[in-house]
Design a protein around this ligand. Structure first.
Ligand code: PLP
Length: 389
């Protein structure tokens, strides 16, 4: 038997998604409220750019760090929209934000060193840290405090071994967004402690109710300690194209590029030309996706609150409702058990809060089509009425 030399769990969200797919293949109708993506076609303008690139035979290997016009457009996009001061050499095109994070931890992690991760967290962070020998140091937050960390939380948890702080602004799964004042205090403390800040900003385009998104790039005093993860996935409904970006000081980009040259050899050339069309449209296409997702969010929460007789306010950003289990059923504390039963018995796929470090909650994605949101919630409400464990 061939033995694997590493043990790493499959991402919990992927596992639920796969289970739902299996049921669907068996001919059952599944209400998939677990997938972290806007379930809409990529805008025609972006698709046409890929078709055009195909016609022009843009089918050879890409430059490892990304095609130059895309790297240039990406830094201009960051400089214009997020007040960054990047140049071409500060940007690497990667196979989705997730692979950017993978490369980063491979590059930055040293055995036994700690990474501060606010919880609830995107499920991949702790596993990626562990994969490269690091130690995730979780900072718990409370719903009553808007699921936010403070500078004091960092001071309380950081030790001599702490090297990195991950910020996920806007957050998956809670939809939390930080104000400029809050960020300024957190970043000043991180700088004092000489931490590297990884700011995962892949939901920056999905901000609702006229809230302002503040990128960590707006703080030039930390630019040498800051790495930003961006992606076309959520902002442009391009999850399957696998185009993300790492923005970082030049020396880090050089190392990540070298790793890329020994692994993927870069991102699909056609996808890069498509991403160029997305970024070149500036806010127009992003606004289009944002509007569609804001509408789905409203449908989701209106339906949910009516069915479950609750008054849960919609999140200010992202694609998710992060909802206490107690709003759905009484006497159930185990979110994994609840979600597996919901999938098995009601054909509704949702993700247990445990996967995000927060037992007692479940995550719903409202990126699904409105009809699925309504029918899925109805099926879940019926299931909850007869739920016993
Ligand atoms: N970061 C967060 C917080 C996410 O939720 C996701 C995807 O769900 C990613 C990064 C990775 O996205 P992608 O690899 O599609 O760019």
């Amino acid at each position: 038997m061939i033995k694997s030399s590493i043990t790493i769990p499959i991402s919990a969200t992927v596992e639920m998604h796969d289970l739902a797919t299996q049921k669907r293949l068996a001919g059952e109708k599944i209400f998939n409220l677990s997938a972290g993506e806007p379930v809409i076609p990529t805008p025609a303008e972006i698709k046409n750019a890929a078709l055009e690139a195909l016609k022009r035979n843009k089918t050879l290997y890409p430059p490892v760090s990304g095609i130059p016009p895309l790297r240039q457009a990406a830094v201009e996009w960051m400089n214009k929209n997020h007040k960054a001061h990047y140049n071409f050499k500060n940007c690497l095109v990667v196979n989705g934000g997730k692979f950017g994070l993978y490369l980063l931890f491979q590059t930055l992690m040293q055995k036994g060193k700690e990474v501060l991760i606010p919880s609830p967290f995107w499920t991949s962070y702790p596993d990626l840290v562990r994969l490269f020998g690091g130690k995730p140091k979780i900072i718990p937050t409370k719903e009553s405090k808007g699921w936010k960390i403070t500078a004091q939380d960092i001071l309380k948890r950081a030790t001599a071994k702490t090297r990195i702080l991950i910020l996920n602004n806007a957050s998956n799964p809670t939809g939390t967004i930080y104000t400029k004042t809050e960020l300024s205090k957190i970043l000043a403390t991180a700088k004092k402690l000489k931490l590297t800040i990884i700011s995962d900003e892949v939901y920056s385009g999905l901000i609702y109710d006229k809230q302002r998104f503040v990128s960590c790039c707006e703080f030039p005093q930390i630019s040498q300690d800051l790495i930003v993860i961006q992606s076309c996935s959520k902002n442009f409904a391009m999850t399957g194209w696998r185009v993300g970006f790492v923005f970082a000081p030049e020396n880090i980009i050089r190392t990540l590029s070298a790793l890329t040259s020994q692994s993927t050899s870069g991102v699909s050339t056609l996808s890069q030309w498509a991403a160029l069309a997305a970024l070149s449209a500036d806010q127009r296409l992003m606004n289009h996706i944002n509007k569609l997702m804001a509408k789905r969010r409203d449908v989701f929460f209106k339906t949910f609150n009516a069915l479950f007789k609750t008054k849960i306010p919609p999140p200010k950003s992202g694609l998710y409702g992060f909802i206490p289990l107690s709003a759905l059923v009484h006497d159930e504390k185990d979110s994994s058990k609840f979600c597996f039963n919901a999938l098995k018995q009601a054909n509704v796929a949702i993700v247990p809060g445990k996967a995000f470090g927060q037992e007692g909650y479940v995550r719903f994605s409202f990126g699904a089509p409105e009809k699925d949101l309504k029918q899925g919630l109805k099926a879940l409400a019926d299931f909850c009425k007869r739920y016993s464990h």
